[in-house]
Design a protein around this ligand. Sequence first.
Ligand code: FAD
Length: 397
Amino acid sequence: MTHKVLVLGAGYAGLVAAKRLARQVRGDEVSVTLVTAFPDFVERPRLHQLATGQAIERVPVARYLRKTSVGLVVGSVVGIDLGKRTVTTVPDGESRVMPYDTLVYALGSNIDVAGVPGVATHAWSLVGTDVAAQVCARLRVLARRKGRVAVCGGGLTGIEIAAEVAECFPALQVTLVSGARPGAWLSPKAQAYLTRTFGALGVTVRTGARVQEVHADELALDDGDRVPFDLCLWAGGFRVPALARVSGLAVTSQDRARVDGTLESVSHPGVYVIGDAAAVTGAWGSELAMGCRSGGFTGPTAADVIAARLTGREPRRFRYRYVHECISLGRRHGLIQFLNADQSPKPVVLTGRKAIAYKNATLNGAKTLFRHPGPALVRRRHLTSETGMAHTGRAQA
Ligand SMILES: Cc1cc2nc3c(=O)[nH]c(=O)nc-3n(C[C@H](O)[C@H](O)[C@H](O)COP(=O)(O)OP(=O)(O)OC[C@H]3O[C@@H](n4cnc5c(N)ncnc54)[C@H](O)[C@@H]3O)c2cc1C
């Protein structure tokens, strides 16, 4: 009997976790299967490029899995039974129940469209490649008549979308709407650069009021003001799917799963949660922000922890610190904010095209990690029946 590991989600966290784990165990003893909704890897940090008419690389997940023992199931996960240890998926429209001994939950997050009335009906959010392509078609039409685009959300996603749209469609009137000043947490030097760049790109920044409701052609702000638009792009924060909570995993108020220092669920041993879906406390005391980096670092750790436990070794605990925040402002301007260990911004920033090159290198680095997930030196150890079974037993307890 093989020990079955199911990895849910082929994003920044899940893809690396599956490949790296498979490299450390023996295929005849441990099977690793990756379950994911779409056949292609979705490079979410480049969706705003797709939405503005730029080509982005599409890589099938299957290509990343070539020459590995990882099995692939393309289908939506619709249910998890933590008691019976099964996952229900819908590949090819037919429901399929898959048993597991160890589960890695890496279903990520998406833009929150439920928090403010009218967003789901009247606004667009870059939640996937199809939507990005539809937004692009609309922006093209709108640009011909010098239309108005409202981008809601002064976080990094909103900042990047506003800049990209303004640069690619200079005829459009782009307004970035945000309760707080966009990038208020950045160093003074970075904030000054951001302000200059928005000025150069013609982005109007409207701050000091939050969006109360999105109507068909205008935003209603909580100070009573209205912002008319022809197209509204919503970037008001990320939200993880409810599936973890609904399944019974212990979660935070934001529905991120609570995990210990080995990324194992605090409520369900044998279930590991990584990437945006996990509430992982960083060394500085607060939760890791949702971002590719958290996925790129929690994925390898979870793989190593599971491999260690299955083969009778002591796992290493998750350790990580952010060193930078990479922000693209179109293709000509960018901003790299370097960070202190406590996450406060250093006075040092990198700007302009060098910053764009830096950010591209970082995003491409993630894809290099998909191809070569490590560890560099591999010793495929035997499953220790005692620890393998004990692990399974803990999951049942
Ligand atoms: C427009 C935009 C710009 C961004 N820019 C940046 C940036 O510059 N830097 C940065 O660090 N982060 C950025 N992010 C955030 C970043 O993309 C995410 O934080 C990151 O992708 C999270 O990685 P993950 O592996 O946890 O989840 P994801 O990458 O979201 O992967 C989740 C996987 O699970 C699959 N999945 C989800 N639900 C199901 C289901 N029910 N059944 C089966 N499969 C499912 C998905 O298809 C996907 O394969 C951006 C996001 C957006 C939308």
